[in-house]
Design a protein around this ligand. Structure first.
Ligand SMILES: Nc1ncnc2c1ncn2[C@@H]1O[C@H](COP(=O)(O)OP(=O)(O)OP(=O)(O)O)[C@@H](O)[C@H]1O
Length: 236
């Protein structure tokens, strides 16, 4: 099996003696080398699902199947960099000394647009550059799947648009699978090869997009129609 398969995943939390289900019956195929977007309203359980896939939490029921070899790395909404470390040292943070190639790390920093900033500290970077460092750190680990939890939500429109484009380029060049959480329909339409709409603890609908991510136009007839279809799911 290639990619990740979620079979009838359940997850409930107990707070103050009261147990409530968040994920009731999640079935989803997350393909390798593609961007799968998990889209849904605030509080519907997107982060919970991402944490289960990243093995940060255990499901109460169901199964998660991975391809034989897999490595996951996270990128969160906040960059979560070490303030006392440079861009370079943040990027290699967590890697064993002999396990990386200096030339490859340099190439990675060039790819994410941070060449020349290797010696800069986080406070000397813009928000977008900090998030690029977080992406470089995750990619330095050479994951088969990158798990991204609203990584651009805190950025301004222009930086967000630029990083979305860069992510599409990076995904192609690194051939990494991405599970990307967002509650922005536009972001889902721009990035997703597959969009999984999460509601009421289940994947209510999946949308597959044929067009190459690099050539998407939110104002195209195809994407406007798809946006209408997604909005219709929201019952607003
Ligand atoms: N560790 C926890 N203990 C108890 N309840 C939790 C825990 N983590 C999440 N929850 C609850 O699970 C529900 C889903 O939370 P989750 O963060 O997965 O949603 P989300 O879709 O990612 O939301 P948002 O888009 O606002 O980030 C919420 O009601 C939240 O309060």
């Amino acid at each position: 099996m290639a990619g990740i398969e979620l079979k009838h995943i359940q997850k409930a939390y107990t707070v103050d003696g009261w147990t409530f289900p968040v994920l009731k019956d999640i079935c989803l195929q997350i393909p390798e080398n593609r961007i799968t977007v998990l889209l849904g309203k605030s509080g519907c359980g997107k982060t919970t699902l991402l944490r289960l896939v990243g093995d940060l939490e255990e499901p109460n029921g169901g199964e998660i199947h991975f391809a034989v070899t897999h490595k996951t790395a996270f990128v969160f909404q906040e960059p979560r960099l070490m303030p006392w470390l440079t861009v370079w040292d943040n990027t290699i943070f967590g890697l064993k000394k002999q396990s990386y190639d200096t030339g490859e790390i340099q190439a990675l920093l060039e790819t994410v647009g941070l060449d020349g900033f290797q010696k800069a500290y986080p406070h000397q970077l813009s928000g977008g550059m900090q998030q690029r460092t977080a992406i470089a750190r995750a990619l330095a680990y050479a994951p088969s799947f990158l798990l991204m939890d609203e990584p651009f939500a805190a950025l301004d429109h222009f930086t967000r648009t630029q990083l979305q484009k860069e992510l599409i380029r990076l995904q192609k060049s690194q051939n990494t699978g991405i599970l990307f959480v967002t509650h922005s329909i536009d972001e889902a339409l721009l990035l997703g090869h597959k969009i999984a709409f999460l509601e009421d603890g289940c994947i209510k609908k999946e949308f597959l997009l044929d067009t190459d991510c690099e050539n998407r136009d939110l104002l195209s007839k195809e994407l406007i129609e798809l946006k209408r279809e997604i909005l219709a799911q929201l019952h607003l």
